[in-house]
Design a protein around this ligand. Sequence first.
Ligand code: NDP
Length: 306
Amino acid sequence: MPATILDGTKIAAEIRAEVAAEVKSLTAAGHRPGLAVVLVGHNPASEVYVRGKVKASEEVAIYSEKHTPPETASTAELLELIHGLNVRDDIDGILVQLPLPAHVDAKKILLAVDPAKDVDGFHPMNVGYLSTQRPGLVPCTPAGCMEILKRSNIPVAGQEAVVVGRSDIVGKPVAMLLLNANATVTVCHSKTKDLPAVCRRADILIAAIGRAGMVTRDFVKPGAAVIDVGINQVTDRAEFNKFFAGHPKREESFAKKGSTLVGDVHPNVAEVASALTPVPGGVGPLTIAMLMSNTVRAAKLRRGLA
Ligand code: NDP
């Protein structure tokens, strides 16, 4: 039986509706959650992401504001901006859109964000809270992976989970969340020996690699649940054919746009997995939904309401 396709767009909409209800009651109590997004310079991809974040805030009635210092802004100037946001009571979340220009000390900037307002969950304080199971702010994409599992009734406790990728943004935090949820967790990376064999142990396989369609059906134990975090743009016709040849919808959009998105998981995994997230429409929509959820959580934690 082909895998159940886990609809991230639908799950994200559920979460956004829950967030909107919480925002409404917090606002009624005089605590409207507020998010500040900092976008330095003009990176077209970052501008798209920031637009999406501001729009999502508006949809759930979170107060949001955008700060757009010029490309030439110095580390000192950005630190001053962050400090100003840290001390404002109406701002609960601060998000610094990455990447920052090369001349800026990005680590210094991220470290300057008040951990209580660090809605990306990247501050070492929040990393520590996660690994010691204390209440804090959890990175959005990994939190989204867990929501997909939970809301799809995929059991985690006692299961073998394999995470491919060990980045600070996805691989490591999702591994920690799975461990905290009592899975037996293996983390793989580019030096892992016999990756397909390790992956075949998984009841839950998470791919966060950044390589189009690398996880093929021979990586997957029949019946495993597969979460595909990867977002890769395919523009080459031969590569497109490896994944989607003859797929009418994909063919149509590839012909129109000259590109299509593919995850780290090959579509043929649907033939062996029990459940699979699509790309697009899987983990991606959860990332922004969890940012909204984190902003509300930050607002509640800061006011002792969580
Ligand atoms: P990174 O490049 O930071 O990390 C990739 C990881 O994959 C590294 O740990 C690397 O190993 C490992 N890796 C690379 N090649 C191989 C290989 N051949 N075999 C085994 N492991 C390998 O990427 P991110 O974690 O930031 O992102 C991963 C993917 O997720 C990307 O496609 C990105 O676009 C996507 N993404 C999607 C988001 C969403 O909202 N859905 C949000 C964030 C990311 P090593 O450490 O040894 O180098």
